[in-house]
Design a protein around this ligand. Structure first.
Ligand code: BGC
Length: 451
């Protein structure tokens, strides 16, 4: 069946956009008095990232923001989600402010508005100030005060013009990959780091929401979560149990405390260790009624019981071993996953609005005659969007959709190898080429009419 949806098939106020993140696109890593973030440090060790890649230049968005935002405008994209680099604004994480950093974001915001593009700001997309990491980073409870100072500053400097805010990007990924597995910055491992990082990130997510709301009363404030459909490997009770645990860890850990449901400790006993970090008012301080929740879905995971996996006794059965279609990230292409996640988050009736703040795919791109034909990415996006539409038709709450991502960029530990963009970037020349998926998205946003 072909894809024949257009933007007009969705509600008029359904939000369409693209997402990005500071460290993945900006470059200019040490310009002016910008301080280093944990990603600036992490990439210094060549073994941490594919082929020793780093984000020192990335897409050079710091210098090319006008070009890129103009291109968005030409492509009919009217919502741009991007993150602020904490150390561009507060080089040491707190204290001295970098006026150049503040000026830079003012220029980006003003240029978006000039182009009629609504800026959606993520306050934290994984680039913690290195100076704070040296004091323990997310494992140190003092992060609550550091984060509050940063959020207040951003609200005061940008809140007159920016009305759409997201507090954290995927806390499960930055605590899991950064503080448990050690495969992302800051490269810490083990439960002793993960457990306090989880609790402090949860407290900051709610505190950030309260701070934005109190300083920008007309703001729409949200936060974002990674989520994947979890399918048990078999109907055996051990596999069903393993799937429940993985669901608690990957999908429920950060949303439930904010809604007053507490951490999912019943399914995941290791979370009882969180009690050690609880202080008297924390229960209440974990709560916040966000205006919207952002969910980010790419794939599903098949999970089975495993004696050898410590704590969890569950493991993911890799997509590459399941004979299914995959992306360059070795993630299964499974469009119903996004429907399942919309449906799952709809069960939390306290959620007011649900926005897909990321969805997209990495495939191998080839430039030929200055064009990039990427039918796989286009059909991935279309098949996932079909599911979003189906969810909407079935009466589920879903209020927006952002593609990850606008331009190819620095894909964390995978470096520049996987390309997720609607727009191809030649990282040697910084030339941009709108891929056929980008042309399709822009036609879709223009109800079928080409540029
Ligand atoms: C993150 C992005 C990342 C994308 C693809 C999400 O987990 O928010 O920063 O590039 O997925 O891996």
């Amino acid at each position: 069946m072909g894809f024949d949806l257009q933007k007009k098939d969705f509600d008029k106020d359904f939000v369409w956009g693209v997402s990005s993140a500071a460290y993945q696109v900006e470059g200019a890593h040490d310009i002016h008095d910008k301080g280093p973030s944990i990603w600036d440090s992490f990439v210094e060790s060549k073994k941490n990232v594919f082929n020793g890649h780093d984000g020192k230049i990335a897409c050079d968005f710091f210098y090319r923001y006008e070009e890129d935002i103009l291109l968005m405008k030409q492509m009919n994209i009217d919502n741009f989600r991007f993150s602020l680099s904490w150390t561009r604004i507060l080089p040491q994480g707190y204290g001295k402010i970098s006026q150049e950093g503040v000026d830079y974001y003012n220029k980006v915001i003003d240029f978006c508005l000039e182009c009629d593009i609504t800026p959606w700001i993520t306050l934290y997309h994984w680039d913690l100030p290195q100076a704070l990491e040296e004091k323990g980073g997310w494992t140190n409870r003092d992060i609550i005060g550091w984060f509050e100072e940063y959020v207040k500053l951003c609200a005061k400097r940008f809140g007159d013009r920016v009305k759409h805010w997201m507090i954290l990007n995927e806390p499960m990924v930055f605590t899991g990959a950064g503080y448990f597995l050690g495969v992302h910055a800051p490269g810490k491992k083990g439960l002793k780091n993960f457990i306090p990082a989880v609790h402090h990130a949860s407290l900051c997510q709610a505190l950030g929401g309260r701070t934005i709301r109190s300083l920008i009363p007309d703001a729409m404030v949200g936060t974002t979560f990674s989520c994947s459909q979890i399918t048990p490997y078999s109907k055996k009770s051990k596999d069903l149990l393993a799937a429940k645990k993985a669901d608690a860890l990957l999908n429920r850990l950060f949303i439930e405390p904010v809604l007053g449901l507490g951490y999912p400790m019943d399914e995941l006993r290791i979370l009882r260790r969180l009690d050690e970090y609880h202080r008297p008012d924390d229960e209440k301080n974990l709560l916040f009624d966000f205006d919207f929740i952002g969910i980010q879905n790419y794939t599903r995971e098949v999970v089975r019981h495993s004696y050898t996996t410590p704590y969890l006794k569950a493991k993911i059965v890799k997509a590459t071993k399941r004979n299914v279609r995959t992306t360059l990230m070795d993630w299964e292409v499974h469009p119903p996953s996004i429907y399942e996640m919309i449906s799952k988050f709809n069960q939390y009736t306290a959620i007011k609005k649900l926005i897909i703040t990321e969805n997209g795919a990495a495939f191998k791109d080839v430039v030929s005659n200055k064009e990039v034909h990427d039918p796989l990415r286009k059909s991935y996006l279309q098949s996932y969007l079909d599911q979003v539409y189906k969810a909407k038709k079935d009466g589920l709450k879903v209020d927006g959709y952002f593609v990850w991502t606008f331009t190819d960029n620095f894909e964390w530990a995978e470096g520049y190898f996987p390309r997720f963009g609607l727009v191809y970037v030649d990282f040697e020349t910084q030339q941009r080429i709108v891929k056929s998926s980008g042309k399709w998205y822009s036609r879709f946003l223009n109800n079928g009419v080409s540029l």
